[in-house]
Design a protein around this ligand. Structure first.
Ligand code: ADP
Ligand code: G6P
Length: 461
């Protein structure tokens, strides 16, 4: 690569424990290979800024911020990104909150950040955009005559064609993606949905080898399943603990759930699945305590507000019904924990319950596997609707909607012989190791640098 690598995402790391796959993954990647990471500032400004503000603390890479006004935060981030695109991509069109102000704010921030970017870019620079906050940015940059290579990686699922119809901007949606040179998606299923959408669109034409012609543009769509920094995570997990962070009885089993508080994660369904296990549990079943660690997320978005209350009610109900004097079956912790605590906690766990209803990849599944002791590994129960299920076929794969199936998987995991646990873990570890975060970054950037650009890359759509 000749020019600089410029990464653009809404979220960039702060000093709090990072909870969110994007920030965790890109931090590890850029710390290793360097570059400039641009993201949104964490304090509001009175008037929209028109240049990037350098930030401290990139640890091996440069960091800069674009600042948002409070009203831009409401329309761009809480509004269009998280009340329209997030539910759209997670198959929850029922939760989409349409508001013209959201679409306007989203368009304005994208146009402004594109202008700011165009002022610092050289034609050799490579721009790597992350996630749904910046879908129109390549189109905006092309309008400004930028011919540099621009790639997108979408960390969340690509929506289905029928769901896209729920967007007032459904036509623009196809133009947004086509203005990138490379659209990276998590799974083959995402690629199929994306290509189907374009095929169904009268102006899309499939070319060979993942290439798509859309009006005057040719771009590529491929899957790049994201991974984690396996080595560092495994080392952190294996550090001896100076204290027992959970205090569960020696004869009890630990089940772990770790997710942002998000409706896509299926946490209430998970609790109901655990509830069926509690109900069916026989005299020879062990005691199992589910510790669910769930930091709040996007708290002012209405669709997020009911979930905490729903979970608290479910926990109260299940603990009241099945708890004993010396056993609380579910513990719900509504905050994040540092990675130095999280990694050894995964290693202590007998089971990880990773049961999202829809998820781009799900890094928790990979972290859990990386953290295990290979001589006595825990069991991963994984939703078939997580992107990770495409690769991690040796997990106990479940339908997250089916409480009985989840409950039965818990019982099966508890009874699983050591040899089977070891064989499954070895296969899963191999997958996680073979597609780690560095491999992901290299594969993506190599491809972005090679994409054939048959037509004038800056040509308007
Ligand atoms: P998402 O990106 O939707 O949040 P992922 O599972 O892909 O889901 O990534 C979540 C990341 O955030 C993981 O690296 C995970 O370790 C971290 N994380 C999630 N919940 C917590 C928590 N309670 N405490 C600390 N880290 C968390
Ligand atoms: C997912 C999204 C990221 C986002 C993260 C945390 O991982 O793919 O783009 O940063 O969730 O969400 P937040 O809204 O707090 O940035």
């Amino acid at each position: 690569m000749t020019g600089r690598l410029i990464v653009l995402s809404n979220r960039i790391p702060t000093d709090k424990p990072p909870a969110g796959g994007l920030v965790v993954a890109i931090h590890e990647l850029l710390a290793e290979r360097g570059g400039l990471w641009i993201g949104s500032g964490d304090e509001f400004v009175q008037t929209p800024s028109d240049s990037f503000r350098p930030l401290e603390g990139g640890e091996g890479y440069d960091k800069a911020a674009f600042d948002l006004t409070e009203s831009e935060h409401e329309t761009f981030y809480l509004g269009y990104a998280n009340s329209v695109l997030w539910p759209l991509c997670h198959h929850r069109t029922d939760l989409i909150a349409l508001d013209r102000k959201y679409a306007e704010g989203y368009a304005a921030v994208n146009a402004r950040v594109a202008r700011m970017l165009s002022e610092i870019l050289t034609p050799e620079d490579v721009i790597w955009v992350h996630d749904y906050h910046f879908l129109p940015i390549a189109l905006e940059l092309r309008k400004l005559g930028v011919a540099a290579r621009i790639g997108l990686f979408l960390h969340i699922p690509f929506p289905t064609g029928p769901d896209i119809q729920a967007l007032p901007e459904r036509e623009a949606f196809y133009h947004w993606f086509a203005a990138f040179d490379l659209v990276g998606l998590q799974t083959e299923a995402d690629v199929a949905r994306c290509l189907d959408g374009y095929r169904a669109h009268r102006s899309g034409e499939m070319l060979m080898n993942g290439r798509m012609k859309f009006r005057s543009r040719v771009f590529e769509v491929r899957s790049f399943p994201i991974g984690i920094d396996v080595k560092t995570f495994a080392e952190t997990a294996a550090k001896p603990l100076t204290h027992d962070p959970v205090h569960i009885r020696a004869d009890a089993k630990l089940i772990l759930g770790v997710d942002r508080l998000d409706y896509s994660k299926g946490i209430p369904h998970r609790f109901r699945g655990f509830g069926t296990w509690l109900e069916k549990r026989g005299p020879d079943s062990p005691r199992g305590t589910l510790i669910q660690i769930t930091p709040p997320s996007r708290e002012t978005v209405p669709a997020y507000q009911a979930i905490a209350r729903e979970l608290e009610a479910l926990v109260g109900n299940l603990n009241g019904r099945y708890g004993e004097l010396d056993w609380t079956p579910i513990r719900l912790i509504e905050r994040g924990v540092p990675r130095e605590t999280l990694a050894p906690l995964y290693r202590l766990a007998d089971i990880a319950l990773v049961t999202p209803l829809a998820d781009g990849m799900n890094l928790v599944a990979k972290e859990f596997v990386a953290a295990q002791d290979p001589e006595n590994p825990g069991v991963l129960i994984l939703s078939r609707s997580a992107g990770a299920a495409e690769q991690m076929t040796e997990a106990l794969i479940v339908n997250p909607h089916d409480a009985e199936e989840v409950g039965d998987a818990i019982e099966r995991a508890f009874k699983m012989p050591l040899e089977e646990r070891k064989t499954r873990h070895a296969a899963l570890f191999q997958v996680v190791q073979d597609s780690d975060i560095f491999d992901w970054g290299t594969r993506y950037l190599d491809r972005l640098n090679k994409v054939e650009r048959a037509l004038d890359p800056a040509k308007r759509l």
